[in-house]
Design a protein around this ligand. Structure first.
Ligand code: SF4
Ligand code: SF4
Length: 89
């Protein structure tokens, strides 16, 4: 099974507000863009000359918060029980 197929099995309670926001002004000077390679859920996608971010598939692992060299991310867990479902029953 490919990673994409495994990710498609995840269940989410979709939040209407992003729990991670990106200061794109700081991204402009980021050469290596480690978020693109470090996010296990492909939430950061390199598009030509910029990085596109979507929070919807986030696994809440916190990797991007640690590896971003510019401190460009405002990061918090989704509030109100939204986000990825990690427990069942
Ligand atoms: S690692 Fe941080 S600064 Fe660099 S592109 Fe990603 S979010 Fe922007
Ligand atoms: S917390 Fe993890 S899964 Fe979510 S965007 Fe950051 S690196 Fe990706």
């Amino acid at each position: 099974m490919k990673v994409e197929e495994k990710l498609a099995l995840n269940k989410y309670a979709p939040a209407t507000q992003a729990h991670i926001t990106v200061n794109k002004g700081l991204c402009a000077d980021c050469d290596l863009r480690p978020c693109v390679y470090g996010c296990p859920a492909d939430c950061f996608i390199l598009k030509e000359d910029h990085v596109s971010f979507s929070y919807e598939g986030c696994l809440e692992c916190g990797s991007c918060r640690i590896i971003c060299p510019k401190g460009a991310l405002q990061w918090a867990y989704p509030q109100g029980g939204f986000g990825i479902c990690l427990q069942y029953g």
